[in-house]
Design a protein around this ligand. Sequence first.
Ligand code: ZN
Length: 527
Amino acid sequence: MSYTALYRKFRPDNYDDVKGQEHITRTLANQLKKNRIGHAYLFCGTRGTGKTSVAKIFARAVNCENPINGNPCNECPTCRSIIEGTSMNVIEMDAASNNGVDSIRDIVEEVTYSPTSGKYKVYIIDEVHMLSISAFNALLKTLEEPPSYVIFILATTEAHKIPITILSRCQRYDFKHISVDVIKNRLSELAAKENMDVEDKALTFISKMADGSLRDALSLLDECEAFCIDEKLTYDKTLEILGAVDTTIFSNILRCILNQDTIGVMKHIEEMVNYGRDLLQFVIDFTWYLRNLLLIKTEDDADEIIDISEENLLRLKEEGEIIETPVIMRYIRVLSELTNQIKYSSQKRVLIEIALIKLMKPEMEKDVESLTNRLANIEKKLENGILIDGASKKNVLNKKEEAREEKVIPKEELVKAVPEDIKKVIENWNDILKNFDPLSKSYMKNSKLLMENETLLVVPENNTAYSFLKQKESNIKYTIEKNIEKEIGFKISEANFKEEADSIDLKDIFGKINMSVEDNFDDAEEM
Ligand SMILES: [Zn+2]
């Protein structure tokens, strides 16, 4: 048995079944009752709001032998033949695929013959804005003086593209976006008829996703049902099926931003580009995600108004715990500005990357929000008991990791390293390097080592090495401290760092030690 899509199966067959457009259906029914039918109608409105359905009901109603209160009876031979598609009185045309002047000339010619049965010939031209100018001109004359038995119904999603000469000859009806409540009621009704086992919250979500289009809502419900044969369609499943997986990516990116993990952020963007995701939509959705975060943080019963799964809600709450309200507000502001910027830009990806880096670096901005953000960062570090560079405080959110990290980083106060200790670091440099992966080791080996104000500075030879090592700054610092058992002032400085007059170049000592260690090693091998 072939399956009929829900929206086809439940196409309304009378005005009462058309939801959310009572202002139109009542007028049309009244026109028929009072015998004041027009000859040219323009139905405008976004997709799935019922334009074609109403046009078809109207076409039957005007031809029906026993109309009931302005509605077609759907039972008389005329109604039946229109429903079955055998009637010559209702002619549908899709202007999207027949936009040339020839299709209209055919109609204009046909119009001259009166209907063989029934009262009216009804021409329904869908997507009428797609007609070419010459096609519109060809139609114009017939619209001006149509034979008494002809009715034109022009339907469009883009009324502004229709020439004024055409507009002025039509009765215009604007179909409204259908409200979430109306869509949801209709879905519940149909789900009950179809014996579907659907969670109420799932229907609400589908209704919201449909964005004012009942047809889209039915298609979405269809799609979800297909995945859950003989199973209850739950809210969580709906999210999964309709791609709400997406909120995980926002959560992941947000966590990278909070961890100052530039590379992580870049990887996620790369991933999205590879998946062919619409980048503008991504920014809009990410802003929405932060809006939810803000709600979670500021409202006690925000759960009610936020549409995400239990699992994602927990993550969101976890994030709410570690991010300050002014910081979220700054993020939302930066992203809103970004939305405007990238709308017409061909460099969407780069602009997004810059904006996300900006989120990580409030010091790049000078406004109050950014300053608050910087303060919040410092407070967070103080709370954690260690004032280390944010670049390295990995996985702030991951509780397990955090526990492990707390175990690793000694909380007890270490004695501060003096210049002598720093020199000792240089002596131990080769041993310290052994703790790192080959790439870090090589970058560190080729770096310049300076001492400035009792701080050890590692100056990598180029920017690649710098951004690589900067990510590991606290890790390196920690390894060094473990080695000398002292707290050390430590920093990875930018490759083009200009040393101050009083900074000491440790390279000479390093070079000597390095040589001697390796010499010894060579000797040992020779022996
Ligand atoms: Zn009838």
